[in-house]
Design a binder for this molecule. Structure first.
Ligand SMILES: Cc1cc2nc3c(=O)[nH]c(=O)nc-3n(C[C@H](O)[C@H](O)[C@H](O)COP(=O)(O)O)c2cc1C
Length: 292
């Protein structure tokens, strides 16, 4: 008989065994009140290649054609009821295993219906207070690319393996994340302005009062109201892809339309490309070098 226990997948974004990321995932699981089954997946341990931009995953709707571990990871995610992510900060951003995985994300659309809306929480680990860089944003992007429902993302500080739980703060954050994972609404530790299109909290200042959300890339305006409080007005553009399942599926259809657009412009594109198929020398990796 199929177990009724909730299946939680803990995604550990660090190769350090019994390191802070692994400890935080397990601690959050221990704090979850309802009985559940936890499985772990150490993301950088898997063999993942780069996306080669062929779009065949969309055209066949069967997923990516590259023979590596992507399907194993996606099946583990699709088979879980909820996700706990913990990832270290490396050079002011999240460990690159997150980005390497989401760069394969066009093939996620083939599984969109199975992925959409999975509750997820994320903890970014940073060794130096305030030096987490874009780790929070990177975790949010990981969840939105996976079409998951970001219930809460936080940063915890600790450099040495195990240090995250030496302080009360790490334990408190684990408790909050455990509560957030299955709560009805997104619990938000951050009180600042957020994007009304996707909930993102990171913005680039452009000309004048124009801003751009760094999570969904929609544009908006930031202004002070009569009380001197800042207000943010976002304008959803042509490709809103995160707010609802329908938007994500519409984006998939738009991507599929690329095939038709490619066919229409095929000859013009070939003319441009042939002009650049010249003899400029390449430096190639040793494995692909001609031994002669
Ligand atoms: C290559 C490398 C780069 C790092 N860069 C940063 C950084 O930019 N900011 C920061 O606060 N900590 C940085 N750290 C510290 C780690 O985020 C910290 O040690 C963390 O606890 C590691 O998590 P883990 O035990 O799960 O591997 C870096 C560590 C390494 C090994």
């Amino acid at each position: 008989m199929e177990s009724t226990l909730k299946k939680i997948l803990g995604i550990v974004g660090s190769l350090r065994e019994s390191g802070n990321s692994e400890i935080m995932v397990k601690q959050i699981s221990r704090e979850i009140a309802e009985p559940h089954a936890l499985k772990l997946l150490r993301l950088p341990e898997f063999n993942l290649n780069y996306c080669n931009g062929c779009y065949r995953c969309l055209m066949t709707r069967r997923g990516c054609v590259i023979q590596d571990d992507l399907a194993t990871i996606l099946n583990a995610i699709a088979g879980a009821d909820a996700l706990i992510l913990a990832v270290p900060t490396y050079f002011l951003s999240a460990h690159s295993c997150l980005k390497k995985f989401i760069d394969r994300g066009i093939s996620f659309y083939a599984h969109a219906e199975g992925l959409w809306g999975k509750p997820a929480v994320g903890v970014g680990i940073a060794g130096i207070e305030g030096k987490e860089g874009s780790t929070l944003l990177d975790m949010e992007r990981f969840f939105t690319s996976l079409l998951a429902k970001n219930m809460r993302c936080e940063i915890v500080y600790g450099a040495l393996p195990g240090e995250v739980l030496l302080k009360e703060e790490g334990k408190a954050i684990a408790r909050e994340m455990a509560r957030a994972l299955f709560s009805a609404t997104k619990s938000d530790g951050h009180q600042g302005l957020c994007c009304t299109c996707c909930g993102g909290e990171t913005f680039r200042f452009e000309n004048g009062n124009r801003v751009r959300c760094m999570l969904c890339s929609e544009a908006g305006r930031i202004e002070a109201n009569a009380d001197g409080q800042m207000t943010l007005t976002m304008e959803a553009g042509e490709h809103p892809i995160f707010a609802s399942e329908a938007e994500a599926l519409n984006h998939r259809e738009w991507l599929l339309g690329m095939v038709g657009r490619f066919k229409l412009q095929k000859d013009d594109l070939a003319n441009v490309r042939s002009e650049f198929a010249d003899g400029t020398p390449w430096i190639r990796p040793a494995a692909t070098m001609d031994p002669g």
